[in-house]
Design a protein around this ligand. Structure first.
Ligand code: FES
Length: 109
């Protein structure tokens, strides 16, 4: 069982018990931190979450088709300084994003 299967199993088991799962993460944009608390089923992807919370000019131009790279962000775990790049439209909201910092570039182009 890999990590994704494990976290998905926990998510489904928790839902069956009627408990609500909440994911918390921080969006970092233009020097400000925006703490977000969401239900994982609330958004199709990290890109839609960002688009819903922040007005970032030029962000997500291909609407999640994976062809523009304007949704490129950097993701860091809360306790590390290592940032990994990722296309936000390719990331589902799940426990893997819990307590992470998502850095959105100040300028897309
Ligand atoms: S929105 Fe275009 S690649 Fe993600």
């Amino acid at each position: 069982m890999n990590y994704h299967e494990y976290t998905t199993g926990i998510y489904l088991a928790t839902q069956m018990m009627g408990a609500k799962i909440t994911i918390q993460l921080t969006l970092a944009y233009l020097g400000e931190n925006y703490r977000v608390q969401i239900d994982p089923a609330q958004y199709h992807s990290l890109m839609t979450l960002i688009s819903d919370h922040l007005a970032v000019p030029g962000f997500g131009l291909c609407c999640g088709m994976g062809s523009c790279a304007t949704c490129l962000v950097e993701i860091a775990e809360a306790k590390t300084s290592f940032k990994r790049p990722a296309l936000a439209c390719g990331l589902q909201i799940n426990d893997e994003l819990s307590n992470t910092f998502v850095f959105i570039p100040d300028k897309i182009y």
